[in-house]
Design a protein around this ligand. Sequence first.
Ligand SMILES: [Zn+2]
Length: 347
Amino acid sequence: MAERLLIGALKGGKNTKIVTLNGKKMTKMPSTLAKLPGLKTLDLYNNLIPKACPEISALTQLTVLNLGSNLLEEVPEEMKYLTSLKTLHLFRNRICRFAPGACDGLQNLILLNLNNNRLTQLPREINRLKSLKLLNINHNQLTSIPRELCFLEHLSELHSNYNQLICIPEEIKFLKKLQKLFLVRNNIEVLPEGICDLKKLRILDIAGNIIQIFPPGFQNLKLREFYCEDNPLFLKRPFVAEQREVIWSLKEITSRFVMNELAKNNPILMDAIEQYPEVRNIISEGKNCAICGKFFLTIWLECVHFVPPSKNWKISKNLQLVPLRVLLCSYKCFNQRDPEIFGISQE
Ligand SMILES: [Zn+2]
């Protein structure tokens, strides 16, 4: 039947630019497609197609392919021949994997819509989609985002609502053009500090996760819209931290000494440290105290600093104050803290 439907299109011969065959109950792609090498748009939305046909590889001029609402179980390998493709709709299929090599030729793809599928992970090869600006992966079963995704330098919108993400890679900071990030209804507990480096980010929606506190610097994001309903955010109330002085390990004492002397440009230590890469490794994990600015390694007091959200943010009604994570080096600093900083009880 599909072949018959294409006869009309074929009358236009090699000049045919658009083929639309929606809702025709087609169970396979028409192999006659190979005779339309100049085709620009192929719309096979809402059929019963379980896989791509090999003939599609002739469509090297194709810029738009809609295979939404079909029965595909994988992102077809044949996609790699569609080197002009800019828009690829694969939403509402049964896709649970990418065929090997599927991403190889898609260096011009701008929009990839994989909403409503069964993906549990994205392949590392996603980084071959060099031109990608919009990625829709809502309503899948993703538990993680590969760090390779963070190297798509043109990505401006990532829609990953209704997945099972636990965390976001720190490398998200490399998505310098990201403007919209949607992470509604996942299982995210902590946002990476790298999110604070996203200078172009304007819309962030993290409603329905398990976030209690935001990374330091979060309040400086230039957001226009920020939604965070249904998260167990820390609310401002006097926390009573159990004040029990911890005995520092020798490693902690030494590391603090070394890090703080290096910060003062102590010439003897600066020379010596060159000889000890393992020490450099250890102290690279050091963090700053939010009160005194000195360094510490593994022993700190976790506190929450409540800051008013930026006036330019359009925000969720539940958010009067943004709880930010701050770390202090000692009880000495804890006792000198800003009145807006509260200890977090660890029990
Ligand atoms: Zn301190």
